[in-house]
Design a protein around this ligand. Sequence first.
Ligand code: GSH
Length: 288
Amino acid sequence: MSEAQYEPPKIWTWDKESGGRFAAINRPIAGATHDKELPVGEHPIQLYSLGTPNGVKVTVLLEELLALGHAGAEYDAWLINIGEGNQFSSGFVELNPNSKIPAMADRSGDTPLRLFESASMLVHLAEKFDAFLPKQGDKRAECFNWLFWQMGSAPYLGGGFGHFYAYAPVKIEYAIDRFAMEVKRQLDVLERHLADNQFMCGDEYTIADMAIWPWYGALAMGILYDSAEFLQVHEYTHVLRWANEISARPAVRRGRLVNRAWGAEMVPERHSAADVDTPQKGDPDSRL
Ligand SMILES: N[C@@H](CCC(=O)N[C@@H](CS)C(=O)NCC(=O)O)C(=O)O
């Protein structure tokens, strides 16, 4: 495949694997590939996820809520291995027709409530427990501004920069340039904002921080795509100050372990606090 020679045909057809890290799970159609129900545990909240940045947003919020004493936030976190196509089971697709982790069922009411899209889960849980979301006014609007900024921006980081820099089978200069430029611009948006604000919404730690940290905090801390030097992330000193403060929170440390099935410490499934208190030992060199 040479980028210089490729001439798109009149009609795109799915006649070969796209190549690269996720080739085996990429397909141009939605829906289930196999029949399999999702397991259901004993807690009000059932989470079906993986410890990627999108998954971590939700486990961090659940751990923060538990740390505040909200027993109703007790949860079972089941592992969905996206590399093996677990997101295409009939049970998962019933919860999330978009076949992406995280997906959640809130079973605390008469009928289970399905939730997909991580921001939808963050808002649902923050409203349900009246925590980590300003109640009204400017601060609430600002929290939503940054929450949805993350949802709109991170695909350029993950699907754009991360994909072409770390996962694509060929290194395409045009694509890497385009997305490195955009990701550095996004980091600078955060840098300027965090120069004057302790957290994304001023002095209050909210779901906007929980959404942004696993992507841009991790990027600034050099733990995403092995790209710290390439993007010169040390230049974003305010982002780093904010990222370090958040990563030191006990609930963030706990949330990061859940649904993680790689690395030195991991909690592939979580059914009680004890699972996170005593993480399993894994291979320190293993990666997602
Ligand atoms: N906007 C979605 C994005 C979810 C997403 O992209 N999840 C990825 C993992 S981080 C996934 O499940 N990929 C599996 C696939 O594409 O088949 C959210 O925030 O929940």
